[in-house]
Design a protein around this ligand. Structure first.
Ligand SMILES: [Fe+2]
Length: 582
C-alpha cells in the first residue's frame, strides 16, 4: 500500500498530507502518514498457515484502527521462530509503522532502525529501502523535513539498486509531500509526476489516481485551475475503474474546492448537495467539510445567514471529530462572514481562533503552507484593527489617524525595547485597538471643544474597561488586553482604571501611554492647534509622575529628530491660525 497522498484542500490552503491507503481508517483520512505496506501475498505462499493467519489478524486490526492489537501481533511475529526471516523483517517494519500510528515515534524509530540494520545484514536492498522509507515517514511526521527528505533520497537510491519500481514511485510521492509542506509547489509537482509515471508504467491504477489527486491539489494552490481539473478528471476515471467508491467521494469533495476557486458556484453547490445526500447519516468523515463549502458558497453570494449556519455545522463536525484543520478553516471563513457584516468583535474572535489553531497545526508539521495561511490571517488582523480603530476615530473628527500614529510611535519604542517580530506584531494590533472602548462614549463628548464635565469624565474614563469587555473572551497572544485596559495608568499610581503604580503597570501599556499622549499633543484638537515637538516634550517632561521616565526619554530622543509625517511645522500652524480666525 502506498502513502503520502494529499486528499484535501481547504480555502486555498493545503490540507493534511493524508494517508491514501487501501487499509486506512476511514475517519482519519487526512493524517500525514506515509506508510509502506507491501502486499502480503508473496509471504503467504511460503509461510505456515498460523503465521498467515496472524498477519491477516494484524492487518484486520489495522483496518479497524486497533493499533495496540496490531502491535501485539507484530511483536509476536518478530520473535516467532516459525516465521521465516523475510516475514520477521517485514513484521519489524509493520511494527514500526504501527508504533508511529500510536504516536510513539521513539519506539517506531528504534524498531525501524533495527529493521534497516537486519535488512542490511541479510543483504536485501529492497527491504532496506522499504524500512528507510518508513523511517523517512517518522521524521516527516515529527516535522524534521530535512532529515525526512535525506532519508527518502537514501531509500530511493536503494530501491533503484533493487530495481523496485513500485517502491520508487511510492518514495517519489513522499518526496512530493515533503516539497508541498515546504511550499515548493513546482518541486512537489515534479516529484508527483515522476511517481505518477512510475505507477502508470506498472499499471497501478489506484495509486496513479491518488498521485493525480495530489497533482490536482498542487495545481490548485498554484492557481492553475485548468490543469487541476484535468488531473481530477483523470483521477476520477481511475477510481471509477477500480470501483473505489470511498476515494471517488473524497475526490468529489476536493473538486468542490476547484469549482469555488473558479467561481463556478452552481456546480459547486450541486456537488455539495449530491454529497450530502450520499452521506445522510452523518457518518461520512468529509461531511463537515461539505458544510464548510456550502458556507463559503453562501458567503460568496452574500447570503450571510446561510453562510454562518453552514459554517457552524461544519465547526460542530470538526469539534466532534477533533479535526483541527477543519476548525481552523471554518474559523477563518467565519471571520470573513463577520467582516462582510462589519461585526468587528466576532471577526476578531474568529481570526484569533483560526490563528491559534493554525499555530497548533504548524507545531505538528502536518499541514503544508501553514506559515502562508497565518501570514494571510495576520494581514486580516491588521486590516480589522485599523478599520476598527478608524471607526472610533470616525466618531471623533479631531483624532483622524490617531490609532495608526499611536501604533507607529508605540512600535518604534517597543522595537527599541527589544520586542521581536512576533511580539511586535501583536503589540501593534493592541496599539491599534487601544481605544476601541470609546465606542461607549457619545459623539458629543468625544468631539466636545471645551473641558469635560465631571459626568462626562466618568463616561470617558470607562473606555479602557469597556474596551476590555469587548475582547474579554478572546484569548489573545501578547499584551493586547493589558494595552487596552491600562493605557491610562500613571507611573505615580494616579491613573485609571486600576491605579497601578510604576512597574506594576504592564510594560506594553506604559509604552502606549507615552505614544498616546505625544500624538494627542502634537495633533490638532478642537480646542487648540497641534503642538511642536519641543513644546510637547516640555509638557510631557513637566508632567512628573505620568510616564515611565526611562521610556519617556528614549521616545523623546527619537521623536526629536525623527521624520514624522504630519508633524506640525510653523507653516502648518500658521495655516491653522488663519483658518481659525477666518
Ligand atoms: Fe484611551
Amino acid at each position: 500500500m502506498l502513502l503520502g497522498a494529499l486528499f484535501r484542500l481547504s480555502s486555498a490552503a493545503w490540507r493534511h498530507l493524508s494517508r491514501a491507503t487501501a487499509t486506512r481508517r476511514p475517519p482519519d483520512r487526512r493524517r500525514a502518514v506515509m506508510t509502506n505496506r507491501r502486499p502480503t501475498i508473496e509471504l503467504r505462499a511460503v509461510e505456515s498457515s498460523t503465521v498467515r493467519e496472524n498477519i491477516d489478524r494484524a492487518k484486520h486490526a489495522e483496518r479497524e484502527g486497533r493499533w495496540a492489537d496490531a502491535c501485539g501481533i507484530y511483536e509476536a511475529l518478530v520473535r516467532d521462530p516459525g516465521a521465516n526471516a523475510s516475514t520477521r523483517l517485514a513484521a519489524l517494519r509493520w511494527l514500526g509503522r504501527a508504533y508511529l500510528e500510536q504516536g510513539n515515534r521513539g519506539a517506531a524509530l528504534d524498531v525501524l532502525e533495527a529493521a534497516v540494520a537486519s535488512a542490511d545484514i541479510v543483504g536485501s536492498p529492497p527491504a532496506v529501502a522499504q524500512a528507510l522509507n518508513v523511517v523517512g515517514i517518522v521524521y516527516q511526521v515529527g516535522g524534521d523535513l530535512d532529515q525526512a527528505a535525506a532519508i527518502y533520497a537514501a531509500a530511493r537510491a536503494k530501491a533503484e539498486l533493487a530495481g523496485d519500481a513500485a517502491l520508487i514511485a511510492m518514495i517519489d510521492q513522499n518526496l512530493g509531500t515533503v516539497a508541498m509542506i515546504r511550499g515548493d509547489l513546482r518541486a512537489a509537482l515534479e516529484a508527483f509526476r515522476l511517481s505518477h509515471l512510475g505507477y502508470q508504467t506498472l499499471g497501478m491504477r489506484n495509486h496513479e489516481a491518488q498521485v493525480l489527486n495530489n497533482i490536482a491539489l498542487a495545481y490548485m494552490e498554484l492557481g492553475e485551475l485548468g490543469d487541476a481539473e484535468t488531473a481530477y478528471n483523470l483521477a476520477a476515471e481511475a477510481f471509477e475503474e477500480e470501483g473505489d467508491r470511498a476515494r471517488q467521494l473524497d475526490l468529489a469533495v476536493n473538486k468542490v474546492q476547484l469549482y469555488i476557486a473558479g467561481r463556478r458556484f452552481d456546480e459547486a453547490l450541486a456537488q455539495c448537495e449530491k454529497l450530502l445526500t450520499v452521506a445522510k447519516d452523518d457518518s461520512a468523515p468529509w461531511r463537515g467539510e461539505v458544510f464548510r463549502h456550502v458556507g463559503v458558497i453562501a458567503r460568496e453570494r452574500g447570503d450571510y445567514a446561510r453562510a454562518s449556519d453552514n459554517l457552524l455545522k461544519a465547526e460542530e463536525h470538526a469539534l466532534e471529530s477533533g479535526d483541527l484543520l477543519l476548525r481552523a478553516d471554518v474559523s477563518e471563513q467565519l471571520a470573513e462572514v463577520y467582516w462582510a457584516q462589519k461585526r468587528n468583535r466576532e471577526m476578531l474572535q474568529s481570526l484569533n481562533e483560526a490563528h491559534s489553531l493554525y499555530s497548533q497545526l504548524k507545531a505538528q508539521h502536518r499541514v503544508a503552507q501553514v506559515e502562508k495561511r497565518n501570514g494571510a490571517l495576520e494581514s486580516r488582523f491588521l486590516e480589522l484593527a485599523k478599520h476598527w480603530g478608524d471607526s472610533i476615530e470616525g466618531k471623533d473628527r479631531y483624532t483622524q489617524g490617531h490609532c495608526e500614529r499611536v501604533a507607529f510611535f508605540a512600535c518604534v519604542l517597543a522595537d527599541s525595547a527589544g520586542f521581536n517580530g512576533r511580539s511586535l506584531f501583536w503589540f501593534r494590533i493592541g496599539a491599534l485597538l487601544h481605544d476601541i472602548g470609546k465606542i461607549i462614549v457619545p459623539m458629543e463628548v468625544l468631539n466636545k471643544p471645551g473641558k469635560l464635565t465631571d459626568e462626562e469624565w466618568v463616561i470617558m474614563k470607562r473606555h479602557p474597561e469597556a474596551g476590555l469587555e469587548l475582547v474579554a473572551d478572546i484569548d489573545f497572544p501578547g499584551d493586547i488586553t493589558a494595552i487596552i485596559r491600562n493605557h491610562h495608568e500613571r507611573w505615580d499610581g494616579k491613573g485609571y482604571p486600576d491605579g497601578l503604580k510604576g512597574e506594576e503597570i504592564p510594560f506594553a501599556a506604559r509604552i502606549l501611554c507615552v505614544a498616546d499622549v505625544y500624538d494627542a499633543l502634537t495633533t490638532t484638537r478642537s480646542y487648540r492647534p497641534g503642538l511642536t515637538h519641543a513644546r510637547a516634550a516640555e509638557i510631557m517632561r513637566a508632567s512628573t509622575g505620568q510616564f515611565d521616565p526611562e521610556l519617556l526619554e528614549t521616545f523623546l530622543d527619537w521623536a526629536e529628530t525623527a521624520d514624522i509625517p504630519g508633524r506640525p511645522t510653523p507653516q502648518r500652524l500658521a495655516i491653522f491660525a488663519s483658518s481659525a480666525t477666518a
